[in-house]
Design a binder for this molecule. Structure first.
Ligand code: SF4
Ligand code: SF4
Length: 381
């Protein structure tokens, strides 16, 4: 949805009170009703639920029992939801549709469990795409998984967490990067360049993860800059933290391209996109990293909005306000009240995506947080 610059957007919060996510599952229908997010589709139409099925069962991805509730809400209103995502650049368990659907099924996203089928949006090998022409500052064309443009409406169901390239990942990243085809992902990553630090222990873990074979390992890992496509997977998988990114302007440009992709799809899906962020299991890194990390804060709850900038701004604020979780990988600097995401990823300014989203007119950082009252929740479920 396009929000007028300077206007306050509504973000609805289903807060987690007692530490149990069961109540959240029971109240998701209420959140869809109150937020207006459920209004993106009408009877007979298809709804693409943009998911992340998790790289391993241990990541913080949104779990099937929540998706079941969302699916059933849409089905009761005569719409036809399906679960979808695009294939990854890297060689994990979701690099093509065969492995991707198998992974989704292994993680419980079966038709019988969630009530909706999985359709991978960019085809067997991530090459089935559709392009949108638009006017951005950096880009004028965006490449998406084909089915995102064929579905009648799009619901982003994002797991809000830290991210090594964008500081945090929420609605803007789930749509901007997550709906992009392989071509689109490459375009967004094109200025990202990693380097190997002296602390490399030559374990070799990074090499097989690299999708283009750019890493060779002898006494130390060596990255061939000419071959590297900037996907940053090596940064995430290195157990020694020995791969860094040459930041200079690249972090900002990465985020700006990602946000331009949101602008592109929003331009052809006016009033047909909704956003839900699960602020639970808020890990330091993205879910593509298939190992569970300690959450940085206690679970906050779930937010919904028609504005992708407002929902991410609200999620970012809620995490920064939330109590630190036991075992969190945060420094003492944070504990005195600074930005948790900046603390996790000091080289990345995560507000770039929010500021640029507002500048492009796809949403507002000024939001009204509306909490779903306990009285309304007690009658739900
Ligand atoms: S994973 Fe890290 S430590 Fe291991 S070889 Fe690669 S850069 Fe070196
Ligand atoms: S070397 Fe480049 S292409 Fe290979 S994993 Fe690292 S960032 Fe990706």
């Amino acid at each position: 949805m396009s929000a007028q610059r300077g206007s306050k957007s509504k973000v609805y919060l289903l807060r987690l009170y007692d530490g149990s996510t069961d109540e959240i599952a029971a109240c998701l229908e209420l959140l869809l009703d109150k937020s207006g997010v459920g209004g993106i589709a009408t009877t007979g139409e298809t709804v693409a639920l943009k998911m992340h099925f998790g790289e391993s069962p241990e990541t913080g991805h949104v779990k099937p029992r929540f998706i079941r509730r969302i699916v059933s809400w849409f089905q009761h209103r005569g719409t036809r939801p399906f679960l979808t995502d695009t294939n990854t650049l890297y060689r994990g368990s979701r690099a093509d549709s065969v492995d991707h659907i198998r992974t989704a099924v292994e993680h419980g996203f079966t038709l019988s469990a969630v009530g909706a089928p999985v359709i991978i949006a960019d085809g067997l090998r991530g090459t089935t795409e559709a392009k949108i022409q638009f006017e951005g500052k950096l880009l004028s064309e965006a490449s998406f998984g084909h089915e995102f443009l064929k579905a009648d409406s799009l619901l982003s169901v994002a797991h809000f967490k830290g991210h090594e390239l964008s500081g945090f990942g929420g609605a803007l990243k789930n749509v901007g990067m997550g709906c992009a085809s392989r071509t689109g992902k490459l375009e967004q990553h094109s200025t990202t360049r990693p380097y190997v630090r002296a602390s490399c222990i030559a374990c070799g873990i990074c090499s097989p993860w690299c999708p283009v074979g750019a890493i060779s390992v002898r006494e130390q890992a060596v990255i061939d800059d000419k071959t590297c496509i900037g996907c940053a997977e090596c940064v995430v998988v290195c157990p020694a933290g020995a791969i860094g990114i040459r930041w200079d302007e690249t972090a900002d440009i990465f985020q700006m391209k990602m946000v331009e992709y949101v602008k592109a799809i929003a331009s052809v899906r006016r009033g047909r996109i909704g956003y839900i962020n699960f602020i639970t299991d808020v890990h330091p890194l993205c879910d593509c990293y298939g190992t569970k990390k300690h959450a940085i804060v206690r679970d906050v709850g779930v937010v919904a909005s028609l504005d992708p900038v407002a929902i991410d701004q609200a999620s970012y604020d809620l995490v920064n306000e939330a109590p630190v979780a036991p075992g969190a990988e945060l420094s003492d600097v944070y504990r005195r009240g600074s930005d948790k995401f900046r603390d996790l990823h000091p080289d990345v300014d995560p507000t770039v995506q929010l500021r640029y989203g507002e500048e492009l007119g796809i949403g507002s950082r000024d939001y009204e947080l509306i909490e779903i009252a306990e009285s309304a929740r007690s009658s739900a479920g």
